[in-house]
Design a protein around this ligand. Structure first.
Ligand SMILES: NC(=O)c1ccc[n+]([C@@H]2O[C@H](COP(=O)([O-])OP(=O)(O)OC[C@H]3O[C@@H](n4cnc5c(N)ncnc54)[C@H](OP(=O)(O)O)[C@@H]3O)[C@@H](O)[C@H]2O)c1
Length: 398
């Protein structure tokens, strides 16, 4: 079997996280052969750290390499669709961090776009970008692997097995994610990320709910259960009277969320074609460390999947430094008091499993478990939710 050559685009958090999980694969399966980043310094730093000889700030130079089969896109969302289309046209398979794409502004838009551009126009633009990637992938006959790690989490895998073992139906899914906000500068603005907490975090919850219902449908009737409409509310909780009151009382020191034109809270209800519902609740203003959960309320039982802060390991300390630099879990404010450090966060959250599936899918020329159709559906649901929140009405998914 030939070794798959991987080229990274993006050289910071996401690329390093993917690299840690490529390292777990059997030797000879893949080799990282090139790194491209916006600045040569970033590409060179990662290349040096992980022992790769080719670093560039020129995407064409990366795409021109014949020994690179797969482009792993770990850049901010605004860049995703263009990089993916160029990669597909160069005949490269694609691994892409979430979200697939969104709306990031067009010439003539008043800035900041999140405060000025109507969501109907944004939805049309985001869907155009998403379909352009799907077209390029199909036309050039390359694989598209959508890095929606939640669907690879062993907790969601167990949920799938339990649903298959039952004869019941999921009447309601509840998916949630919260933490104390992104520290990344680019996440503060719609033009970089294509939205706020819903687009950045909620895309996981939406992806998991769409995946679980389509999988339930395949199990029960041989056809996917599809989403048909959404109703949503979004908010910037930081720029509120409630938030200001706490700041004046010096009781508002821990939340990082500092948006320019994006929401940091969202609540979305998705209706499916079998009449069931999914609710997605995300917040960038929720202390207590990363919280990611999906609950399936079924006719014959309840299944709770908890990807973070589960109680496999529990610690207590008075001194927050008692356990030194040992990693606990994402976005945790303090190690003092009772805590639940993850014993293997990349495994619980599905990062290791997604990379493994992608590499074998590309090698064996089969579809990955999470591919382009889920990615496109997520864009549609999220931007329909933005439209619903703006216009205060239920929006049908076309
Ligand atoms: N699945 C998850 O839980 C998860 C978690 C975190 C992030 N993500 C996703 O991962 C992706 C990257 O986020 P991140 O946290 O890794 O961001 P990051 O740490 O800021 O890194 C972004 C990288 O992309 C590079 N870049 C920006 N524009 C570029 C362009 N046009 N061409 C080439 N390189 C470019 C940057 O270059 P320079 O350094 O040269 O400026 C930087 O190296 C996002 O889509 C995000 O949603 C997913």
């Amino acid at each position: 079997m030939k070794t798959l050559g991987i080229g990274f685009v993006g050289a910071k958090y996401g690329a390093r996280m993917h690299y840690e999980n490529y390292k777990k694969l059997p030797q000879g399966l893949i080799e990282i052969r090139g790194i491209c980043s916006r600045t040569p310094e970033s590409a060179e730093t990662l290349a040096r750290d992980i022992g790769v000889s080719f670093a560039t700030d020129n995407l064409d130079a990366l795409l021109a390499r014949k020994d690179i089969d797969v482009i792993d896109i770990c850049t901010p969302p605004a860049t995703h669709h263009e990089i993916a289309i160029r990669a597909a046209e160069a005949g490269k398979h694609i691994i892409m961090e979430k979200p697939l794409t969104g709306y990031f502004g067009e010439p003539g838009d008043q800035e900041p776009i999140g405060l000025h551009v109507p969501r109907a126009r944004m939805r049309a633009g985001a869907r155009k970008n998403a379909e352009a990637v799907r077209d390029a992938v199909r036309k050039n006959d390359v694989q598209f692997c959508y890095a929606e790690n939640w669907v690879y989490s062993p907790t969601i895998a167990k949920m799938r097995n339990l649903i298959a073992a039952s004869k019941g139906s999921i009447l309601e899914l509840r998916a949630e994610e919260n933490h104390s906000g992104s520290t990344s500068e680019y996440n503060r603005q719609w033009k970089n990320t294509g939205g706020g907490a819903l687009q950045r975090m909620g895309v996981h919850s939406v992806g998991a709910c769409l995946h679980i219902k389509q999988w339930e449908g395949q199990q029960r009737t041989g056809r996917p259960i599809r989403p048909v409409s959404v109703i949503a509310d979004v908010a910037d909780l930081i720029n509120t009277e409630a938030s200001e009151r706490a700041k004046k009382a010096n009781a508002h020191k821990w939340i990082n969320s500092n948006p320019i034109d994006v929401e940091n809270w969202a609540n979305v209800t998705i209706r499916f074609d079998d009449g069931s519902r999914a609710t997605v609740l995300v917040s960038d203003a929720g202390l207590g460390g990363l919280n990611t959960r999906v609950t399936a309320f079924m006719t014959d039982g309840v299944i709770k999947a908890n990807m973070t802060a589960n109680d496999a390991v529990e610690t207590y300390a008075v001194d927050p430094n008692a356990f030194g630099k040992e990693y606990f879990s994402g976005n945790l404010e303090t190690k003092a008091g009772w805590n639940r450090p993850s014993c293997d966060e990349d495994w619980f959250r599905g990062f290791a499993q997604e990379i493994e599936d992608f590499v074998y899918a590309i090698r064996d020329n089969r579809a990955p478990f999470s591919g382009i159709d889920l990615a496109v559906d997520c864009v549609n649901v999220i931007y329909s939710a933005y439209l619903s929140a703006e216009e205060g009405r239920m929006v049908l998914l076309e």
